[in-house]
Design a binder for this molecule. Sequence first.
Ligand code: NAD
Ligand code: MG
Length: 386
Amino acid sequence: MKKKIAILGATGSIGRSTLDLVERAPERFEVVALTARRNVSELANAALRTGARLAVIADPDCLTELSRLLDGSGCKAAAGPDALIAAATGEADWVMAAIVGCAGLLPTMAAAEAGKTVALANKEALVTAGGLMTDAAKRSGATLLPVDSEHNAIFQCLAGSRSEEIARLVLTASGGPFRLATEQQLREATPAEAVAHPKWSMGAKISVDSATLMNKGLELIEAHYLFGLPPEKIDIVVHPQSVVHSLVEFIDGSLLAQLGSADMRIPISYALGWPERIPTPAARLDLVELGRLDFEAPDPKRFPALRLARQALESGGGASVVLNAANEVAVELFLAARIAFTEIASIVEEALESFAAPGPATIADVMELDCETRARVMASLKASCA
Ligand code: NAD
Ligand code: MG
């Protein structure tokens, strides 16, 4: 029987790679629902190509255009938050959660509550509501499959082992475009330089997060919720070649790693095919051509975001929500050239220091804390400009 697929965030970097794999194997997969924020033409094209039955545009202002493009196709056009949830909880049995940011939390959570197999790319959903999401999956019987390359690597390495056998997780980080930059160069870094990732082609927000290393901080929190290990058992090592995607150390001293080219279609395919493997067109590694693999410790002075994320995870409560919301606001301001690159981490640090919040008990609490943090960050920036 074909897997019925919904892709939330179908027009993004992960969404497109997922569509690419799904469209290569029409005998295995059937696309039932696709969503996007505002890119109506790409969404409609993908819906028409794949024969999806539901296309959802998050921005209601784009619905008329989407309806026009899909007229007569048999694909229903819809818009707004409830329609996003309908795409996540409807016909599909496999849901790719690839909306960027906390904006993806509600539909991702809805898919988990509805007992779907959820391929989790949207790391901000786990950072802000990891405990609530894994609890919901336990209750509903949903399966959460990590798509982030590091977590997918760990998931692959853990296959067949028991949790008592795990000693430590090691997340690898490419180091981003500024791995060798001086503090002065970091202060002057432009959005164009920050999104030019040396190894991966990704959306703008995660590219900036990779440049500050906040991405690795978010991944530390993500790993904690996905694999249930305490923060002190999750290490981070910089590995500029991005070939070893992460490692697991077991209690006997063995380390298992997953290696592959820097192509997200490999981890996405593992989640798509799971529990089987399926072929991908990703480039194969040539170890001899590669020659060497380097590893180094991250520099906490030039990349404070890593420390802030660890601190947020250790302090618990609502700190991870505050960290994430302040970071999302700061990254947007940086991309709009309104703040300097190095201000991203200072804005997050200030938000964490000035805003101690209790742990959210529900998704509504998470959303409220997210909104409140964004408002406070903006207010404090306005006050400091005045
Ligand atoms: P992207 O910016 O390329 O795409 C984001 C998608 O989400 C688009 O389809 C966009 O239309 C949709 N979207 C954006 N804002 C929305 C909103 N407010 N409401 C509804 N839809 C909205 O991002 P991406 O690089 O594909 O990343 C998606 C997620 O996957 C992120 O959480 C990222 O951290 C994670 N991730 C990405 C990669 C990668 O290689 N790109 C790797 C690991 C994890
Ligand atoms: Mg990653």
